[in-house]
Design a protein around this ligand. Structure first.
Ligand code: C2O
Ligand code: CU
Length: 504
């Protein structure tokens, strides 16, 4: 995958290669990840005497029981999901990563506004960590919220390599109970499949009529038309999964969260899937959405919500007495993940138990407003970048502004499409010219969805539905070189990746 020569070029020249030849501002140069600007930004975030939390992460092959289905896969520390990392806002995370896989890997801290040289993107922010070697990550975690971690190499995140990263806010109101729920679509080690073979299969098959009329594509089992019931369109994904997991478990043998009746439970939802959005509901309950991608929103009550790959929502649930399914239906696909919330005696739930709330129109981010404390200051954007999401019908190639870097080969100048300067308010206008949805993720920043209210929810991962245009604003306050890509793991590897490049 990486020739040594190419690796050295990428690691050494790194950022310089990124913007070569395509600078919009004559005379400007890319801000390297190993630079004074990056170190100064980190120094501003780090309080004197900030506690340092040490963790160890070891990527290794393991045999895992999903609950009746046993698979050989890749994990952190032999567990699925990996052990949760939890610390407080303002603390320093010091993570020793050891790679015991047979392939290079890295760790990316999804959603955290961290120092650019710790972002875990091979070729852009560090060399890939080779088998048998390691890397020390250390950075301040400036904002509370629900985050997660995963590799940023190939389609490794479609194996078992993911874990929750929870940053507590000392100012949070107490909750009676808390559940961290991490959702996944699963194929690794089932019927001889694995994500790399799946990507090869997609490439051999080529693109399926992505310019066809909505509903005319393949793979959809949505059943309903219309924005209300199918907000993302009817094309649920590119890959067929037999299994959907909640905290590494199949619905037949689910994880159980226990609490008492009348308690208020905080549920932190994370979608770690590669190719699946989920519609989430708690049987017999309404959910109150309190946070989007880690940041507080004005609470909104709903029966179901939609969560795309890479997104997080925190909700609260006022629990009744009994045994209830927390169900996550694969959106526009067949199948679901499930956990159980138990507040008293009662029969175990059947894996197929009906959850009426899943039939309701799910809440999406557009219906949320940032809480006052989390609101992006009102300001007109100084730069607007159009980010056109497309497909190249000549193969399995997904594009951004008609370009598609191959094999996640970041550091190549084909990636550097979006230049910003520190201090700017930047608007990204995502224009989806395809019949599939794309969860677009920006590293190192949490911006705001542009909504009619003028106080859109804070997000780092934005769902752009089939044929939709969605705008997203952020402040360029974290210098470096940052990935901007589709969080469908297969789309990213097939070209839907780019770099937001700070210039000076
Ligand atoms: Cu969660 Cu670039 O990724
Ligand atoms: Cu995509």
């Amino acid at each position: 995958m990486w020739s040594r020569r190419r690796l050295l070029a990428a690691a050494g020249a790194g950022a310089a290669a990124v913007a070569a030849g395509c600078s919009a501002e004559p005379g400007s140069r890319p801000v390297g990840v190993d630079s004074v600007a990056v170190r100064e930004a980190e120094a501003r975030r780090r309080a004197a005497g900030a506690p340092v939390r040490e963790v160890r992460l070891r990527a290794e092959p393991a045999t895992v029981d999903l609950g009746g289905v046993v698979v050989d896969t890749w994990t952190y520390g032999g567990r699925l999901p990996g052990t949760e990392v939890r610390l407080r806002r303002g603390e320093v995370l010091s993570a020793r990563f050891d790679n015991a896989l047979a392939a290079p890997s890295t760790v990316h801290w999804h959603g955290v506004a961290l120092r650019a040289d710790m972002d875990g993107v091979p070729g852009l922010t560090q060399p890939p960590v080779q088998p048998g070697s390691g890397f020390g990550y250390e950075f301040t975690v400036p904002d509370a919220g629900t985050y997660w971690l995963h590799p940023h190499v190939g389609v490794q995140l479609d194996r078992g390599l993911y874990a929750p990263l929870i940053v507590e806010d000392p100012a949070d109101p107490g909750y009676d109970a808390e559940a961290v729920v991490i959702l996944d679509d699963w194929l690794d080690g089932v019927d001889g499949r694995d994500p790399d073979a799946e990507l090869a299969r997609l490439r051999a098959a080529g693109m399926h009529d992505m310019s066809a009329e909505p509903g005319g594509g393949h793979g959809g089992h949505g059943g309903h038309a219309g924005a209300q019931t199918a907000p993302l369109g009817e094309h649920g994904g590119d890959v067929e999964y037999r299994h959907y997991l909640c905290n590494g478990r199949l619905p037949a043998d689910p994880v159980t969260f226990t609490a008492a009746p009348r308690q208020r439970m905080r549920v932190r939802l994370i979608n770690a899937a590669a190719d699946t959005a989920f519609r989430v509901a708690v049987a017999g309950h309404r959910m109150t959405v309190t946070h989007s991608d880690g940041f507080p929103v004005f609470p909104v009550s709903t029966e179901s919500l939609l969560i795309g790959m890479g997104e997080r929502y925190d909700v609260t649930v006022d629990l009744r007495a009994g045994v209830f399914a927390l169900a996550a239906a694969a959106e526009a696909k067949a199948g679901r993940a499930m956990a159980v919330i138990r507040t008293g005696p009662g029969e175990a739930l059947d894996a197929g138990v009906r959850v009426r709330e899943l039939d309701t129109a799910p809440l999406t981010a557009g219906r949320l407003q940032a809480a006052d404390a989390a609101r992006l200051a009102p300001r007109a954007p100084e730069v607007v970048h159009e980010v056109r999401l497309g497909a190249d019908a000549t193969g399995y190639v997904w594009t951004i502004n008609d370009r598609a870097p191959l094999d996640g080969m970041v550091g190549h100048d084909a990636h550097a499409m979006f230049e910003v300067f520190a201090g700017q308010r930047v608007r990204l206008r995502f224009v989806n010219a395809t019949t599939m949805f794309h969860p677009m993720h920006l590293h190192g920043h949490t911006g705001a969805l542009v909504t009619g209210s003028g106080a859109g929810p804070r997000k780092d991962t934005v769902l752009v539905g089939a044929g939709e245009t969605v705008e997203f604003d952020f402040d360029a306050t974290n210098p470096g070189q940052w990935m901007l890509h589709c969080h469908n793991a297969y789309h990213g590897e097939a070209g839907m990746m780019s770099v937001l490049s700070y210039q000076a």
